[in-house]
Write a protein of this length. Sequence first.
Length: 215
Amino acid sequence: MFGGIAPEQVRVHVVWYHSHHDANVPLRAAQRVVDRLPSVELRLWKGGHLETFHREEKLPIDLTVPDPHGPFASLLSSFFETSFHVEHLEFGNRLVSARIVLGASKGAPDRAGVRQSQALELKHLAASQRLPMTGGQATELIRTRRDPRDALLVWTCIWELDRRARNKGKGPVAHRIWRSIPPETRRTLTTDRVWSARQQLLDAARDYLNDAASK
C-alpha cells in the first residue's frame, strides 16, 4: 500500500528504478510490488540502496521536473513532507542507511491549527466576493453551523494545496484536512464538487452576515 493506495489502483505508467544489491529493499521485495502494478517498466542498476543518488544525471529528461522551483515541484515536495519522512542511520559523518517511512514527521497540526486555517480560508473567500466577514465571525460560523462542514473541508483542502503550490502553505495542514474528508467524498471528488463546495460556503457566509445584521 502507498499511503492507502493499492498498487493495482495506480492509474499512471510507472518507471521503477532498483538496484540488484539493495540490502534495505531486496529486489525480490520490489518485484512483488512491481508485479501488482498495471503498467510498469522495471529498470535495474548494479549497486546498492543509494545507487539512485549517484545516477541522478542518468534519469531520462522526461522523468525530471522541468522547473525545480515551480508549482508541481512545490506540491510534490510538500506531499513527501506531509505523507512520509526519512529516517537516517549515520555512523560518524557517514550516511549508512536511509529509508522512507509512512506518516508525517513530528509537529503535525492539531485541531486548533486546522480550524484556524479553515477560518482564514473562509474569511478570504468571503472577501473575494466583497463580503465583510471578520476572522472572529468566520470562526463562529464554523463552530455553530454543521451543514457546511464537508464543503469547508473540501474547499480548505484545495485552497491549501494552491498555497503550497506557491510555497505559501503551512506545513501538513492540507494533509490533515484531506484525511478528515469522508472517504466516499474523497473517492468521488471532482472539479464540479469543489466549485459546489465553494458556492455552499459563500451562501453560508451571506446567511450568517444577514442574520448578524438583522440582530
